[in-house]
Design a protein around this ligand. Structure first.
Ligand code: CP3
Length: 354
């Protein structure tokens, strides 16, 4: 199936495009009334992830509303620990929880990497179904959490503010932490490769919590494992490169290290300026980002001004994928996203004129 819109993949390869491609982290989700409707029919969040037809439907919902240049698989980063038997559940309003958190050397030793094709078959079915339904409209992004980010949820047993259990393990038993991260790196590599084989045309690794680490701890416990994963991924399928995007939230000070991993692109949050990121690493990687999702709580003219400022910060030429610096808030007015898209479509072609 020929891609009708390959702007996103071209920008990832730092090839010329007619305008800046865009997608939004968490673009399928609760800010969309049509998502809430399907979500209510499906039962729990994980039931929705396991329901191939509905997972496909909600993946496509934001594309029906907005001129996005990529789709992202509807799933979650916590499917891997769920498949490891930790008992994932979602308590309304409280985020994810695990019935059996990983707290000891024995707990870590008992874990094995799931076989993605077998134990996460519902994810692969969703990928291949979405690919078929997209019918070449835009590319499909697959994703996973980074080993460190997955470990934070597995050890804390829930979302955390201070990360005391997982950092306690890191500092008191680094060998145990390495064993856990090693198992997770194997799991993530296998999981992303299975998604690529099922039809994912690019993959993103979400390192949501890497930015909570010191520089030496980041290199040793997060970056190193992402590098290992990048080295193990399928990088070409059906004659086209399958690009890898690394997103360490609050990772702006480590861009040079991230660019050296062999990734094709880096995701940036709003605390790192695109202009300086481009001069630091723009010869090696494409850059994705970085509008503060809270800008979408402003009025359309303020949104437009911020879109213009961000385009200007990256500057002229290829290699920029517009995105938010983190996931879109559930409280966002969908009409403000329309204003965001209109501003981008109006303003971005000037940055690609030959
Ligand atoms: O981007 C997309 O549209 C694809 C879907 C997607 C979801 N989660 C769906 C989801 C993606 C890419 C994720 C990634 C994810 N999940 C991350 C990394 C990105 C980030 O935000 O930093 C993390 C840390 C998680 C773990 C997770 N899943 C949390 C903390 C929560 C609860 C918080 C929340 O927003 O509700 C989830 C649940 C979740 N994952 C929802 C969605 C749409 C909301 C659940 C619902 O509909 O009830």
């Amino acid at each position: 199936m020929e891609l009708k819109n390959d702007r996103f993949l071209r920008a990832l390869a730092r090839q010329p495009v007619d305008r800046t491609p865009v997608w939004m982290m968490r673009q399928a989700g609760r800010y969309l009334p049509e998502y809430k409707e399907v979500r209510a029919q499906a039962g729990s969040f994980m039931d929705l992830c396991r329901d191939t037809a509905r997972a496909c439907e909600v993946t496509l919902q934001p594309l029906e509303r907005y001129p996005l240049d990529a789709a992202i698989l509807f799933s979650d980063i916590l499917t891997i620990p769920d498949a490891m038997g930790l008992g994932l559940y979602f308590e309304t309003g409280e985020g994810p929880k695990f019935r059996k958190p990983v707290r000891s050397a024995e707990d870590v030793a008992a874990l094995t990497a799931p076989d993605a094709e077998r134990d996460l078959d519902y994810v692969m079915r969703a990928v291949s179904t979405i690919r078929r339904e997209l019918n070449g409209r835009v590319p499909l992004i697959g994703f996973s959490g980074s080993p460190w980010t997955l470990a934070t949820y597995m050890v804390e047993g829930a979302s955390s503010k201070d990360f005391r259990h997982v950092k306690g393990m890191l500092y008191s038993s680094p060998d145990v932490m390495h064993q856990l991260l090693d198992t997770l790196a194997t799991a993530v590599t296998d999981y992303l490769n299975a998604q690529i084989r099922a039809g994912a045309q690019a993959v993103q690794i979400f390192d949501t919590w890497g930015g909570t680490l010191s520089t030496p701890a980041y290199r040793e416990f997060s970056l190193r494992y992402m590098e290992q994963i990048v080295a193990g991924l399928i990088r070409e399928q059906d004659g086209r490169r399958v690009p890898v995007i690394l997103f360490t939230k609050n990772g702006g000070q480590w861009l040079e290290d991230l660019a050296d991993t062999g990734a094709d692109a880096l995701g940036l949050d709003w605390t790192t300026e695109l202009s300086s990121a481009r001069s630091r690493v723009g010869r090696k990687v494409a850059l994705q980002g970085n509008m503060d999702p809270n800008v979408l709580f402003a009025n359309p003219s303020a949104i437009r001004a911020e879109v213009g400022r961000i385009l200007d910060s990256y500057g002229h030429g290829p290699g920029h994928i517009f995105n938010l610096g983190h996931g879109i808030s559930q409280f966002t007015d969908p009409d403000n996203v329309t204003a965001f898209m209109e501003a981008l479509h109006e303003l971005s072609p000037a940055y690609h004129a030959q």
